[in-house]
Write a protein that binds this ligand. Sequence first.
Ligand code: 13P
Ligand code: SF4
Length: 377
Amino acid sequence: MSTNVSLSQYSFNDYRSLDNETLNGRIRLAKETLGSKLLILGHHYQQDEVIEHADLRGDSLELSRMAAERDCEFIVFCGVHFMAETADIVSNRPERLRERDNQRVTVVLPDMAAGCSMADMAAIDQVENAWADLGDVIDTSEITPVTYINSAASLKAFCGRHGGIVCTSSNAPKILEWAFAKSKRVLFFPDQHLGRNTALKMGITNEQMPVWDPYADEFGGTSAEALKNSRVILWKGHCSVHQMFRPEHVAAFRANHSDIQILVHPECPQDVNDIADLSGSTGYIIRTVKAAKPGTKWAIGTELHLVNRLKKEHPEQEIHFLSPVLCMCSTMYRIDLAHLCWSLENLVAGTPVNVIEVNAEIAKHSLEALERMLEIT
Ligand code: 13P
Ligand code: SF4
């Protein structure tokens, strides 16, 4: 769903050896030249030296809102591929295109290798096959498909076509309530942990949440009986960053630090979420730390760059990274100053590189699922 313009004015190779001071200066100059035509969006997991150049930063929900609401000609997305796809879909929705005389917003992802391993765990043909297989056992008109925003646009389009919806980690409880108000069951993909942790808080039990393995031979590795008794069918996907946090890390902090609070993201496994003091999205984690009294002690289970930034911004609190292993989002980390500078200077030159443009039919149906989400949250 992306176009790579090969006739770019500048080649990336020329940027590899530039030092940070040079890159920072050239990025500032390109930003000044593009002025209000340009919007740089940055996810909170982005490294500091890059996020400093973002006009706006946010979690997945906030960033999709910003892309939908802001007026500009170019969005440079310092995040990962699915976020840039979402920005393309919402910023080029039909009503906005009409207002702008069909002038599209150009969305750029500075490095195409900035993907998301979780999003890659559900492919559209696997989801289509699962839907057909489920139809052999249960009535699919009783199922609402819900995709985490961390998914390819084709999966969002699948949800749009089947009366389903998108969710993010900040609105998952509301979205599941919406889905259960209209149907008996939910198929939740690609993150089993967000789906499970959210549904457990609504009183749904693990027995009512079989896990669908797209690589299993029959019934997604579960059984016809389990599917008939299901409320939420969880896709077997996970975030490679958040699944690194373990209950023993929680136990170690509690043993060694009195009064410590464990604050985790709902992409962490159930055994960690169950024993944490607090759990919530990236935005929730930031707000919770900001609102806490000086001297509060935290062990935080989410992406490393964000935890390190919170440590820096809140020296009045004692903040620890929950895992002894440094888990960072290595794909988000692909966006560096060199890629940012290269993509901005090519925008200035009128030869955009790494443009993300979702196929029109997929964009149309993805938008249905995204708009349902934006309306109710
Ligand atoms: P949020 O931004 O919704 O917290 O999601 C975290 C994440 O994994 C982003 O990829
Ligand atoms: Fe994907 Fe996990 Fe990175 Fe988020 S943190 S972009 S879910 S791999």
